[in-house]
Every structure is written in C-alpha cells, then in structure tokens.
Design a protein around this ligand. Sequence first.
Ligand SMILES: C[S@@+](CC[C@H](N)C(=O)[O-])C[C@H]1O[C@@H](n2cnc3c(N)ncnc32)[C@H](O)[C@@H]1O
Length: 203
Amino acid sequence: MKKNKISKEWIKRQRRDIYVKKSKQEGFRSRAVYKLQEINDKHRIIKNGFSVIDLGAAPGGWSQYVIQKFRNCKLLSIDLKEMEPIGNSYQIVGDFNEKSSKEKIINYFKEKVDLVMSDMAVNTTGNKNLDSVVTGELSLEALRFSKSELKPNGFFVSKIFMGSTFNEIVNEAKLTFKEINIFKPPSSRKESKESFIICKKLR
Ligand SMILES: C[S@@+](CC[C@H](N)C(=O)[O-])C[C@H]1O[C@@H](n2cnc3c(N)ncnc32)[C@H](O)[C@@H]1O
C-alpha cells in the first residue's frame, strides 16, 4: 500500500475513533493514555511517589497520566522526538538503544526505580512483520534494561507484538520476573497486533 494512502486512511480512522475524541476533550496528547490507564486499572502498576522511566514517551500521553494522576512521582521520559515539557518531569531526546542514553537515565536516578514502562514502536513501514520484529527488539532492550535498573519489587510494562519475537520476549521475561501477564487493553485497536506484557517482582 502506498504511503499517502496509509496516511489518508489513518486520518479517516482517527476522526472516527472515540478515544481520539476523548483524549482531546480531556487534554491528553494521545489516545495511548487510555491503554496505560486500562493497564493500571487492572494490574495496579503505578503508585504515588514512584520513580518511573517512560521509554518511547512522545507525544506524552503516558507521561501526562503519571504526572496528573499520581502525586510526587519522579519521572524521566525519553524519545527520539522532542516533546512539550510535562510538569517537572525530566526529558531526554535520544535513542534508547544508545549506551549514552542509558547512562543518562542511570545518572538521573542514581538508584533503582519502581517502574519501567515502554510504549516504544518503530514508525510503521506498512510491512507488519518487519514492524513487529523491530519493535520486538526494542521491547527486549527495555526488558534487559529493567532487569538491571528496577527495585526487587519493581514493575516492567512493555508494548509487545504478536509475531516472531513474541515467544522470545515472554520466555526471557519469565526468566527475569516472578509474575507475568499479557493484556490487550480495550482501547488498543482490534486490528493491531499489539498487546502489553506486565511483569512484577524480579527473580
Ligand atoms: C506509540 S508512540 C508512544 C506514545 C506514547 N506512549 C504516548 O502516550 O503518547 C512510540 C514512540 O516510540 C518512539 N521510539 C521508537 N524507537 C525509539 C528509540 N529507539 N528510542 C526512543 N524512542 C523510540 C517513537 O519515536 C514514538 O514516539
């Protein structure tokens, strides 16, 4: 499918989408905020006072949710794209895969954190298999980082695509965490291969 055809269909779909409308009415920057809200309603991963790393944060729906709904959270957001500031959170514009980005995150917190959440995804190429493989690599990178940077009772949440990397991520997560859940929030589009992996308590 041609790129401009994808864009036109994307615009049409966005206009019809109830979560897009709701996010505009409620002042959130993206419909993605409702996925995190639904994940948290079911799995209780965020609490007041938590230290939180938001990987692939732009345009900022997830970060807004943490800052607006919870008190005294220390939040760091990173994305390849620049985004408008959110409260007193700290932002890095950069590639999470780079060693220097990880060092910046570690230097900012100087201690282990409560929650690492990743909604990182590559820009869609139109090739669903390729997108799912590359996004799977991002998820694995986030999982490995969370293993070294989370507190023992910490939480890890990541976007994960049904596809060739799914089992690899789930198996590695099982070796790393005591509790694993796979959850597709109601606001995640049905036609999308996306789900989320929610992990608790490091082994
Ligand atoms: C689905 S969007 C995130 C939406 C966000 N959770 C929200 O609530 O607004 C995925 C983001 O991942 C980012 N991303 C992809 N690869 C990345 C990487 N290597 N490092 C940092 N961010 C990355 C993209 O730039 C994009 O903004």
